[in-house]
Each structure stands twice: as C-alpha cells, then as structure tokens.
Design a protein around this ligand. Structure first.
Ligand code: NDP
Length: 504
C-alpha cells in the first residue's frame, strides 16, 4: 500500500455528521509494494533567478518565497517575487527580440520549436518528477499525460510555423508583438506549452508568469530554451504572485494577454485592460456535466466518471464534476462507482501505483473542505471510501455527494477537488436543461450506445468540448475553450493560432 501513516484527525477533514457514509463496499484485496519513482536524476536548485533576455538574471526585487512539496510540506526551492522593474525588463527584452523573431524565416522558427519539443522529450523523466514534487499530482499522470502532451504541443505548432498562409488563405497573417501570459497551477508545464507554442509559431515573443505554487517546471523550461539556443528575449519567465501577474498583463508594451485561471481573476484582468487595445483570451473555470444514459456500458462509464473527476485530484477546469445519471440506472451505477472508489490508491504522488495525489496547496484544501461542508449543511449525502490520509501534506479523499439539488453550492460552484455531485434525470430534454443550468460552459460528457443521441445532445449543450463515451481526452490539434463564464478564445489546433495573429 502507498499509504503508511495515519492521520490523527478526522479522515476527511470535514466534521463528521450523520449524513456521511464511509464505504466498506469492497475491501482492497491486493497489497502493493511501494514503487517510488527515482529522484536521483533531478537537480532542483536551492534558489532561482528570473529568465530574461535568454539567461537567468538576478532580480531587482529582493523578495523571494519558497515553493513547497504539497505531499510533504517540505521546501523545494526559493523563487523570486518579481516586481515592476523586473516585469518591465522582461517585457523590454521580449519587445527587443520581437522584430528579428518575427522576421526570421518561418522554417527557422519551426526548427526552434522542434528542438524544444525534442528537449522536452529528452528531459521528460526529470520534468515529470519536478511537476509531481512541486504540484502534488501522481507521477503516472505527469509522466503519461502532462509531459508528453506538452512536447506534442510544441511539435504540433512547429508544423504550423511555416504554413500560416495556408492556415488562413487569402489573408496576410502577422504576429502581434509581446504576449503576456499567466498560467495556473493545475497543469503547469502543459499550460505553459498551450501558451508559448502557438505564440512563438505565429512569430510573437512572450513574457510568462507561472503560478505561485508551481514555478519549477517553468524554470526547467527556461534551461531548455537556453539548451535549444532560442534567440535571447523570445521567451521570458518571471515568477511571483498575483501582483506580478497583474503587472505582466497591464504592461503597456504587451499587445496580447492570454490567461488561464479562475473566473474571478479573469474578469478582473478583462476590466483592467479594457480599452487598452490589447487582445485577450480567457480560459476560466467549469462545472461540467458528465451525462450517463440508461443504454450506456456501465463499467466503461464508471471508468470515465472516475477519470473525469478524480484525475489530477479534480484540479481540472473541464472536470466532470456533476454526474447526471438517468434515474433508472442510478442505483446500479452508483454501486459500481462506490466500489471503484474504494480501489483508488491515495498517497505518495511519486509512487507509480498512486491514483490520487496531494491537493496543490493548503488554501485549495481549505476551499474544498469549505464547499464540502456547505454540501452537508445544505442536505446532500456525502460518500467517501475508507481511506487513510498521510499525516503530513494536503490531502482530500475521493468523495461523492448524492441527494444533490441543483441550487446547492456543490452543484453550482467549481470545487476544483476530488468531489463529485450526483444528480438524476429522466428524459434527454431534462438532461440538457440540467447540464446547461450553470454559469460555466467549458466541457461535457455523454455516455450512450446511440450515435444519434450523442449528436442530438452535443448540438444542445453549451459547452466548448463535448466528449462522447470518454472524458478528459486532449490532443494538440483539437481546439479547447469555453462559453459564458468559462471564458472565450480557443487554444489548440489551427484555432489556437488565431489569437496570436493579425489577419490583414
Ligand atoms: P487564480 O486565477 O488566482 O490564478 C491563476 C494565475 O493568475 C496564477 O498564476 C495567479 O498567480 C495569477 N493571478 C492571480 N491574480 C492575478 C491578477 N490580479 N492579475 C493577473 N494574474 C493574477 O487561481 P487560484 O490559484 O487562486 O485558484 C483559485 C480557484 O480558481 C481554484 O479553486 C479554481 O476553482 C480556479 N482555477 C481554475 C483554473 C482553470 O484552469 N480554469 C486553474 C486554476 C484555478 P498566483 O498563483 O501567484 O496567485
């Protein structure tokens, strides 16, 4: 078993009330020996500077903050809390590099992107460990999803760099200038790739700010830019908290802003840059419906539900956090789902057998606990499998709520944790109505045997992505983005180039 230490307090960290049932549906049969990923090959430096003008530089700001491993609460490194002068230097470096990068032959730009992609692949074991230690996600996810997909994004956009005129026929695509990019902590390297790869392929230069709790893979990426001999200033990385992010997006020489994160911060950025002429794309929160019809293959659907909400501890903007199940199959489906939950292994994220890693930060854990408490208080029934949480670090067991009304906070707000809200429906129309009854519109899932029903549902759901008989599938060639409070603009595919181009 991956879990060895017992936590002295209540298992879930939420008050034990009568409406909580703890699973005992299926006892775990197998004992797994620990299978920790080696960390010997990874060299995390004790302190990092800022990546400006093609090299790591000493900052103007004297402030630094630690980045910790959320699974152990131990300090990994110190990073800079970049100030106004640092951000200005980064933007000036990007601005200076812009002319020559934009004029470089597109096939040369493609060479650099291919090179970065190859280096990401070469350093994938190191990057997977860094991502897992800094963010808390299971190593099997960073190894099999985050890092390969990041490399694939650079590879994909390298292919577009010299084909922009074919992508937008009869138009003259031109880059915009310096792109200011702010990314969150749930997929640090992958979000970096989603932002930097299309910007560079289109001929822009960038200043990127990673999230406060997960800056380390961006620091390794800075080393990769140097290894690839990317021209100085094409990519600049400044670390810091929200203030640094706001300095990046509001800098007058930034021509394009790309943000992924919470709806609240997205709206504040939109307000801050209104009227400035900056181009903006926002990829914000979600509250996706994962809809299971009575003709769906139930075992397959259970795997899709688990992948939909417990992948990356539910720290996923497109997570299938609302399960809508057809009333006639609710009972057998929930029984199967509860049994499957009891087999999920929570513990050391570096262990290759771990399914559920650590919650990214104490603040996020408290947010999850608060919303789960609200669910219990509003009258929903909480189910958690028997699960022992490690003594140190930030943990939350896989959880599901039944008896959920659409008005409850757990059915409306983004929990961003391993917590599923289960609702039922009788007819396809009711399913559509409930699925769309949310301020968000990022993704949705449909599970049914009938192709025609999939198309009927997809047409009616206000969601940027609709997965059919699967969930959380990503490909660089496929556009991703939201409706309503989930933001606007698309990332991925040929659509992902558009926000970085002026089409004359
Ligand atoms: P934020 O939106 O605060 O953070 C996203 C990024 O924006 C981070 O790099 C953050 O810096 C930066 N930032 C914060 N404030 C500003 C600002 N005023 N101007 C510019 N940049 C800013 O998300 P949180 O980390 O606070 O998470 C809160 C909630 O947001 C989560 O619980 C979840 O519901 C949602 N979320 C959604 C994501 C998605 O993919 N849709 C991703 C992450 C969170 P810093 O890290 O230093 O705060």
């Amino acid at each position: 078993m991956a879990i060895t230490k017992k936590q002295s307090t209540d298992l879930s960290g939420v008050p034990t009330k009568s409406k909580i049932s703890r699973g005992g549906l299926a006892k775990q049969v197998f004992e797994y020996a620990p299978a920790p990923e080696s960390i010997d090959h990874v060299k995390i430096q004790p302190r990092y500077g800022l990546f400006i003008g093609g090299r790591m530089v000493e900052p103007h700001s004297k402030k630094r903050f630690p980045t910790i491993n959320p699974a152990t609460e131990s300090k990994l490194a110190e990073v800079v809390d970049a100030d106004e002068v640092d951000v200005d230097r980064a933007v000036k470096a990007a601005d200076k590099a812009f002319d020559s990068w934009a004029r470089l032959s597109p096939s040369r730009r493609a060479h650099y992107l291919f090179r970065i992609s190859r280096l990401l692949q070469e350093r994938s074991r190191e990057l997977a460990v860094v991502e897992t230690m800094d963010g808390g996600k299971p190593i099997k996810e960073s190894r099999d999803v985050d890092i390969p997909l990041s490399a694939a994004h650079f590879f994909y956009y390298a292919g577009w760099a010299d084909k922009l005129e074919w992508a937008f026929p009869n138009r003259k695509p031109r880059p915009l200038g310096v792109a200011g990019q702010v990314i969150p902590w749930n997929f640090p390297l992958l979000m970096l790739a989603w932002k930097i790869a299309p910007a560079l392929a289109a001929g822009n230069t960038v200043v990127l700010k990673p999230a406060e709790t997960t800056p380390l893979s961006a620091m390794v990426f800075a080393e990769i830019c140097m290894q690839a001999e990317l021209p100085p200033g094409v990519v600049n990385i400044v670390t810091g908290a929200g203030k640094t992010g706001s300095l990046v997006v509001s800098h007058p020489d930034v021509k394009k802003v790309a943000f992924t994160g919470s709806t609240e911060v997205g709206k504040s950025i939109q307000r801050a840059i209104a009227g400035s002429g900056k181009r903006l794309t926002l990829e914000l929160g979600g509250k996706a419906a994962n809809i299971v019809f009575d003709d769906a293959p139930l075992d397959q659907a259970v795997e899709g539900i688990v992948n939909g909400i417990y992948f990356n501890q539910g720290h996923v903007c497109c997570a299938g956090s609302r399960l809508l199940v057809q009333e006639s199959i609710a009972e057998p489906l929930l029984e199967k789902l509860k049994r499957r939950l009891s087999t999920l292994r929570l513990g050391d994220p570096l262990d290759k057998n771990t399914d559920i890693g650590a919650i990214n930060s104490r603040a996020q854990l408290e947010k999850i606990q608060g919303l789960v408490e609200s669910g219990i208080e509003e009258g929903a029934e909480l189910y958690q499998p028997e699960c022992v949480l490690p003594a140190r670090g930030f943990w939350f067991p896989p959880s599901l709520f039944t008896n959920v009304s659409q008005s409850y906070r757990i059915a409306r707000e983004e929990i961003f944790g391993p917590v599923l809200s289960v609702l039922t429906f009788r007819t396809p129309n009711e399913a559509v109505e409930k699925a769309n009854n949310t301020p968000y519109g990022l993704s949705a899932g449909v599970w049914t045997d009938k192709g025609s029903r999939i198309l009927w549902m997809a047409e009616r759901m206000r969601a940027g992505v609709v997965w059919a008989n699967t969930f959380n599938r990503f490909d660089p060639s496929s556009p991703f983005g939201g409706y309503k409070e989930s933001g606007f603009g698309r990332e991925g595919g040929v659509h992902g180039l558009l926000p970085y181009l002026q089409l004359n």
